[in-house]
Design a protein around this ligand. Sequence first.
Ligand SMILES: [Zn+2]
Length: 348
Amino acid sequence: MKIPEVDSALLTKFLVELLKSPSPTGFTQEAIALTDHVFCNLPGVKTKRLPKGGLMVTIPGENDDAPRGLTAHADTLGAMVKAIKPTGRLMLTRVGGVIWNTVEGEGCTIYTREGKRIRGSILVTTASIHVFGEKLAETPRKEENMEVRLDERVTNAEETKALGIGVGDFVSFDPRVELTNGFVRSRYLDDKACVACLVEAVRSLSSAGVKPAQTAYIYINNYEEHGFFSAADFPAPISELLAVDMAAVGEGQTSDEYHATICVKDSAGPYHHGFSQRLRNLGDEFGIEYKVDIYPTYSSDASAYWRAGGNMPIALIGPGIDASHNYERTHTDALVDTTRWLLAYLLN
Ligand SMILES: [Zn+2]
């Protein structure tokens, strides 16, 4: 059996659109709507919005006696307005595990209750070297020392409130997407890269006119960065769950930006050995040059599924992402390999 053609241009085109749709955990409606739109336009594919805001995609298979679950997440790191300061600037609280150093100087958008979008940037409170001297380097980058400078003429809290900004408004950081020499450089490749791989895998199946071996349910989670999973939302009991999420690249890791990786153990423990072996065998059979890795500070939707009461085998594959939860980067080669691996899995 041959794997149907993967269209890397289509994959990247959707990925860029998705990267540009803001989706901090809890505020994912735009990214979920975009993903829903592309999936539901594929023949035979059914989608359903879930009560918590996620998306369930059903792809009918040749067989339906052992349906498979796959998952990737559309939510990302971000922030929320914690307080309006007397200067009119904003104090933030983190959504997901944002490390403040990684967003210092970044552009951001505040989403007001009335639906206005207000622009600004994230700065340390001692941002000017000419005023604060050595303090600029020495100030710890923590919540109380970071603020949003709004691109609005405000000098006090009342003027900021008059813009419609309030405590609890979501804030997204600019992804700064750039494509160069096959590289995709952007925030939030975790895990939008994998959502795009799943979309392309299903598109490729449908354009080749083939069905998966078993009915597949793809759950696009919108609460991963806070560790929540909805095991109860699958339309029928699944026989296993494949999480598709980024591979961690860095010193001591086998993963790199040019390959897909299977993770056999992370902070939550070992993945299911039998399921992982099957995926490795499929990779070998279909000529996918994958890496095998262990992630020291990581957990995925697969372990969240077990914590949420799921009791079926789990595994994790995904493209190598450099500088994760920072200004990330991957390469199209890793995205194409991940998609081909997904196709090999779905078809066998
Ligand atoms: Zn992730």
